[in-house]
Design a protein around this ligand. Structure first.
Ligand code: ZN
Length: 657
């Protein structure tokens, strides 16, 4: 393992008390083979000056909710060191007592909750303490004779600690094991099936020791030639089955989930190895992964229903066997699946969750192969995993992730997303938890909504079938399926009287304003059939019901679209896909309507701009946001009994009413 400490870089951090603690914590966080997504923790001992100017011996420890890769000084909770040591001397301390006492001993009220390993860090008589879940060490430790192998690799300077539950019990165990030990003879500790601790008098020593400990494990694995390399994957991408898998996973979970396929050569190779199913049913790389991944995978086979039942039964049996009183079972949905021959699939109700599971899974399947090539894969027991999965302190970590928004876990494809109505629909759905694929010919669509990880903008010329097929495939690859299609894109083609519309204009205009809607619908239908509460919303126009002379191809296209929407509602009803069309009018906050055009049109009718904008029965401005509100309603389950409808959003028009 490469040591990435750089003196020059470290110097920039050395001006403050916690500077180097921040620097080396980030170095650990940067390496996914050491820690992943909030895993691991670090601390430094020092002093905290109170308002009386008194120096209090303090442990600055990573606060929960912070990731080592991006930690700042504020991410370390200052905790009264002597209070922590007194807590370690108690015979018993429940989890909730421990959390409360650690909070009471925290010297800054706004600090995050100290890590559950704070007491353990306090007990280690070194200034700097680093803790990781290094892949290489775990791949060796998670084997039937893991302890023996670890003994072989490491000398007297590494303390080996058998697995016990993290938190107070682990702190007590370490206290007991180190009672008569001379700490100066130790460079670190290996917690079997869990991870590594290193420590030192300064940040660099502790970091160097961590890298050395992990490098030794890597060298051992290299010597044993247990690391496999895979050639380019030859598996064919079966997106329809992926969408089916995602739908089934959502049913099992009881709510809509996104799915992320890992079909890298390594994942596909893994999914084909002999005995792979057994490996995937045995447990996790390190205990705290279980809250993200559940203790085992969903093993997919040709019959999805049966394989889903197998998973549900297995999880139920695991729960019944290990539960104690007053524990409520979590949902029966899988967090990841082994898809033999195709790789692995990760699930979550948000893109972030899918990404976390996917990253953890990537490291887990590598360790599973390494361990089984070395000997066999044997992580901690299900009963220990259960204690972690249902540990209140672990569940608390998920609280922020589990907020449920109306469209959480759903996927929408929106055309014309770069501006106007399409933009507002995208924003509204993203704000409500939906994953959105925004399509547009305007390349700005690629750069929008960078604050949302569940947004993907794609360039698409909807008049080209190849473009449309490509973006639909990309959508399914990205999120696992399609539930909502908002077919919005269109252009105001120039007005022309019928006798002056030539063949070219007819063809062009009808292609842009009618055929494109059919094209995107056609390509989405196979996936919408596998969608969750699937819905299609077309963007019509007041024009379709109340044409104006000279509106020509535009109004003809919108009328055709209205008829297609009605037809689609009939044809797709058997798949439970709802199809509705909205007819906006007087929406002038879109790019098309510049102030000059508005002024010109108002003048044409002898009206002021405001009068022109509000020439509807209610005399109101209609905005893109108003249209987006209606579209969102039609995309939601609140309108689950409505299909084939045409709804105006135009402030009222007496020619239609
Ligand atoms: Zn740990």
């Amino acid at each position: 393992m490469k040591n990435i400490w750089q003196d020059k870089e470290a110097k920039k951090f050395s001006g403050t008390n916690l500077g180097l603690r921040v620097y080396s914590s980030r170095l650990l966080g940067k390496n996914p083979e050491l820690v992943l997504h909030g895993g691991g923790n670090t601390s430094v001992k020092g002093y905290y000056k109170n308002i009386f100017g008194e120096k209090i011996e303090t442990l600055f420890i990573k606060g929960s909710g912070w990731d080592l890769i991006s930690i700042e000084e504020d991410g370390f909770a200052p905790v009264d060191l002597n209070q922590l040591i007194r807590l370690a001397n108690l015979h018993q301390l429940t989890d909730s007592q421990m959390v409360m006492q650690q909070k009471i001993a925290t010297l800054r009220p706004s600090a995050p909750n100290p890590s559950v390993e704070a007491i353990l860090h306090a007990l280690i008589p070194y200034k700097y303490v680093d803790h990781t879940h290094a892949d290489a060490v775990l791949a060796i430790s998670n084997t039937p004779s893991g302890r023996k192998k670890i003994n072989e690799i490491y000398g007297e300077d590494i303390l080996i600690v058998p697995y016990v539950m993290p938190g107070f019990i682990l702190a007590k165990k370490i206290a007991e094991l180190t009672k008569n030990i001379d700490w100066s003879t130790l460079n670190g500790m290996i917690l079997l099936n869990h991870g590594v601790f290193s420590f030192g008098i300064d940040a660099k020593t502790s970091y160097d020791r961590m890298i050395n400990i992990v490098s030794k494990a890597e060298q051992y694995l290299k010597n044993k030639e247990v690391w496999r390399k895979y050639n380019k994957s030859t598996s064919k991408l079966d997106l329809l089955t992926l969408a089916r898998i995602r739908k089934k996973a959502s049913e099992m979970t009881g709510k809509a989930c996104l799915a992320g396929l890992n079909n890298s050569p390594e994942a596909v190779g893994f999914s084909k190895i002999k005995g792979v199913q057994k490996l995937c049913l045995k447990g996790t790389l390190t205990p705290d992964h279980v809250i993200r991944t559940k203790p085992f995978a969903w093993i997919i086979n040709d019959d999805l229903d049966i394989s889903a039942q197998d998973f549900i039964k297995r999880y139920e049996a695991y729960f019944q066997k290990n539960k104690s009183k007053d524990i409520t079972k979590l949902d029966s949905g899988p967090k990841w699946a082994l898809w033999p021959g195709n790789g692995t699939v990760s699930f979550g109700t948000s893109k972030k969750q899918v990404q976390i599971v996917r990253d953890i899974n990537k490291h887990t399947i590598r360790a599973m192969q390494t361990s089984s090539n070395l000997d066999d894969w044997k992580p901690i027991s299900f009963s220990d995993l259960f204690d972690m999965e249902y540990w209140e302190l672990e569940q608390a970590k998920l609280k922020n992730d589990n907020q449920t928004l109306e469209f959480q876990g759903k996927v929408a494809v929106i055309t014309g997303a770069a501006s106007g109505i399409g933009y507002q629909c995208s924003k509204k759905l993203l704000d409500n938890g939906c994953a959105v694929i925004g399509l547009d010919k305007n390349k700005e669509v690629l750069e929008l909504f960078s604050e949302f990880d569940a947004y993907k903008g794609l360039y698409c010329d909807l008049t080209k079938t190849t473009d449309v097929k490509k973006v639909v495939s990309t959508s399914v690859k990205e999120f696992g399926g399609i539930d909502i299609l908002i077919s919005n894109a269109g252009v105001f083609s120039s007005s022309e009287y019928l006798h002056r519309i030539d063949d070219k204009k007819w063809q062009q205009d009808l292609d842009i304003n009618l055929a494109t809607h059919h094209r995107i619908l056609r390509e989405c239908i196979p996936y919408l059939k596998l969608g969750i509460d699937p819905a299609v919303i077309f963007m019509g126009s007041r024009n379709a019901c109340a044409p104006g002379s000279g509106a020509g191809t535009y109004t003809i296209a919108k009328s055709g679209l209205t008829q297609m929407s009605r037809l689609a509602a009939i044809e797709l009803s058997k798949y439970n896909i709802r199809v509705n069309i909205v007819h906006p009018d007087c929406v002038y906050d879109t790019g098309v309507w510049s102030h000059n055009i508005l002024k010109e049109r108002a003048k044409h009718y002898g009206l002021s701009v405001n009068e022109y904008k509000r020439r509807n029965l209610l005399k109101v401005d209609v905005s893109s946001m108003d249209v987006a509100e209606l579209v969102t309603f039609l995309a939601s389950t609140k309108s689950s009994k409505t299909t084939g409808a045409q709804i105006p959003v135009d402030g009222g028009n007496d020619r239609i009413i």
